[in-house]
Design a protein around this ligand. Sequence first.
Ligand code: SF4
Ligand code: SF4
Length: 318
Amino acid sequence: MSSKLRSLLKKIYLNLTRHKVIDALKIKIMEKVSFKIAKECSYKDKPEIFETIFLETRTLCNGNCSFCASSRRYRHMPWARKDKMMPEKTVKKVLSELKKINFKGRIAFHVNNEPLLEPRLLKFVKMARKACPQAYIQILTNGLLLTKDKGEKLLKAGINELNINNYSDKLVFRENIEEFLRSMVPKFPNVKIEAHLRKETAILTNRAGSSPVGIPINKPMRAMCGYPFKQFNITVNGDVGLCCQDLFFKQVMGNVNKKKILDIWFGSSFIWARKELLKGNRKSIPLCSKCDSAGYKTVQLKQLPFYWSFLGRLAMER
Ligand code: SF4
Ligand code: SF4
């Protein structure tokens, strides 16, 4: 289905369902689905190693998304994050610890920032590839600064995926992205190169209360959330957040400059948060108490019977 048709159908569905009672029903469905997924995927408070490690090596973004507090449209706001960089020694420490455990999961250079604004990105990708030859290295970019030259260097350095979110309310690809895809997709058949159209002014989740246009919730959801079971998010000063929605890193689980990453991942803060989430107690975690995220992703819905998967998907749409 084309993205334009999907967007039209979504608009019709949302207009038909925009009502307080239906919103409350959607939340109930999301809560139930989140527990079903937790059961299906056997989530534990002390899970295996994280699937993805996200390194936010520079806080800046040049995107203009209305739903994101990192957007350039909010740079003048008193709460906007300052442009800061992660010291190289922090990146080296993290990579050397990943090397010791022969990390095979995903390494990405973003949380709520634009990786192509990081002048050391190519160097960091090469370091990551050397440290973890079997890891899956992903670059997720808004594509504003993507050129054939810049992208090709990253592809040659051994990334596994270059994923582009082309933000455009008119749902059209920018010229530089079309040109990049035309020339690089045939040249690198073994690398996943994808571009997706996304609306700059979409209404998404409230991003744990950080979204400037997010809708606050009346009371904490009683739902599980899978993020702290899978992700490890590090920002410039070495702080580790509870999840990628924690844009301001308010719920700090540890600091990689002071502790080993595995000690943080298996440490008391993460275990406590996971235990509370397994019980659906979002209310006991300050960050989660404000969050309206479903706590699951569409890909996980495939593990449920069709009707739950269908309902779970519809409930997430907003
Ligand atoms: S959603 Fe991504 S591209 Fe958009 S402003 Fe936020 S960090 Fe930037
Ligand atoms: S409920 Fe929200 S804030 Fe809490 S871990 Fe999940 S996504 Fe993050």
